[in-house]
Ligand binder design. Structure first.
Ligand code: HEM
Length: 199
């Protein structure tokens, strides 16, 4: 096998590479959470104040986590089990897709203000941030990758790209979808840690 043929083979086996990488990525996320928990317990500083959520915040958050949960579970479990997403799993994936596509703009419009980067002047008076740094970062990642994961599928339904282009779009869809799942898990962890006073 020549070195030049490696990218071609990688493109042909991209679904299989994704399947094999999946357990390592999920294990990595679990390790990050476990490590951060351990560090937070050992070096417990002054925690940020618990943030107050209204019913709309809770509703939008539950909609986001619920739809990402359905999308992540249906696709990733099917990929690990069968290698591809099809049958009932794909059917349920499409329900999650509808919910996610509807909730993503609501999340952006309702939460962007509370997640902007704040450069507070020294000694300046400002109300305590609603979200900690990791949650803010994950929020923007969910928005960016959520946009990509949605657009890759919407665009591939249009007669613009050929078969090769559609394979590439599916590949981008897989990885951006995984990034949304990872970001949602870390976001939930950040929020939970802040609410119990670990951050
Ligand atoms: C967190 C969000 C999402 C994740 C984690 C995710 C994950 C995945 C994965 C891993 C696959 C490929 C399975 C395979 O290799 O066969 C897939 C396929 C698919 N996804 Fe998603 N997805 C997400 C969001 C969406 C959205 C928003 C839509 C629709 C707008 C969508 C529509 C589809 C469709 C139609 C397929 C099948 C494509 C094909 O086999 O040709 N997904 N998804």
């Amino acid at each position: 096998m020549s070195v030049a043929s490696i990218p071609i083979l990688a493109a042909m086996n991209s679904g299989e590479i994704f399947r094999q990488a999946l357990p390592y990525v999920l294990l990595g996320v679990a390790l990050i959470v476990a490590l951060d928990l351990a560090v937070s317990f050992v070096y417990r500083g002054n925690p940020s104040p618990r943030s107050k959520w209204n019913w709309w915040d809770v509703l939008v958050y539950l909609g986001t986590l619920g739809s990402v949960g359905v999308l992540g579970f249906t696709s990733l479990a099917a990929v690990v089990r069968d290698g591809v997403l099809g049958g009932w799993s794909l059917f349920v994936h499409m329900f999650g897709a509808g919910a996610f596509t509807a909730v993503l703009p609501l999340l952006a419009l309702s939460w962007a203000h509370a997640n902007r980067a704040e450069l507070r002047p020294a000694g300046g008076q400002s109300s305590p941030p609603k979200f900690c740094g990791i949650s803010k970062l994950m929020f923007w990642l969910i928005l960016a990758c959520g946009f990509v994961v949605t657009m890759t599928m919407l665009v591939s339904m249009l007669p613009i790209f050929g078969s090769d282009g559609q394979h590439t779009l599916l590949d981008i869809h897989r990885y951006s979808g995984l990034a949304v799942v990872v970001a949602a898990v870390l976001h939930l962890y950040g929020v939970a840690a802040q609410q119990v006073g670990l951050r």
